[in-house]
Design a protein around this ligand. Sequence first.
Ligand SMILES: [Fe+2]
Length: 257
Amino acid sequence: MIAIISDIHANLEALRAVLDDIGDRNVEQIICLGDVLGYGPEPAECMDLVMEHCPVCLMGNHDCATLYEPSNFNIGAEAACYWTRARLENESDEAVRSKRWKFLGDLPVKHAIDGSDLDSAPLALVHGSPRRPINEYIFPDDIYNNPNKIRGLFDRVEHLCFVGHTHVPGVFLETPDFYSPEELEWVFEVDPDRKAIVNVGSVGQPRDRDSRAGYVLIEPNTIRFVRVPYDVDATIEKVKAIAELDDYLGTRLKEGR
Ligand SMILES: [Fe+2]
């Protein structure tokens, strides 16, 4: 069994809860689709846990922004990005500081893994989309507002592609269609003859009105969506204690948006 996590956003309380949940299951490998950093109060601690537990972690737009420069970020996200960079730069242990920056600089933008458990060609993994792996959003509304975009994205998918980035979990089909985890009753049955783009949701900042941390499990022939409750109030207090982080980055977690 493989666990795929994404969009931790420096929320250590949520990441710990998810790693504990994964630890209780028969998971052989954990893969992270990026955005370990940004928005949240504990970026360094989250990076250290990801380095320890995830043999593969991809580059998210917030990781990239911390490494280079934020672009097209709102004011709160930009301020959080600069605070995150300062937090990493101010680490007093030089070996720890260098290890974290090297990890960030070495993050790949895409990855493929064996898909035999799902009777699939190799599984494609990116943060955003198969066309622009770091930055492109695939929104559920795109199936109505921009169906050609969805079809164009599917042209680049061999069978299954896993994404994060929007923080909204669910499955896109080529029709185009979108199914939330609730509509799927939390399990997506893989059909070898039908392509799918699977959004794994977000560990640290879900935006589907469910405050619980989210991730997916790859089981034989199925993809299971999992939600894990965590101490949201603890994260909110940590955000409030850091002047550079907008309080809204904490309070939004309560509503899952
Ligand atoms: Fe994100």
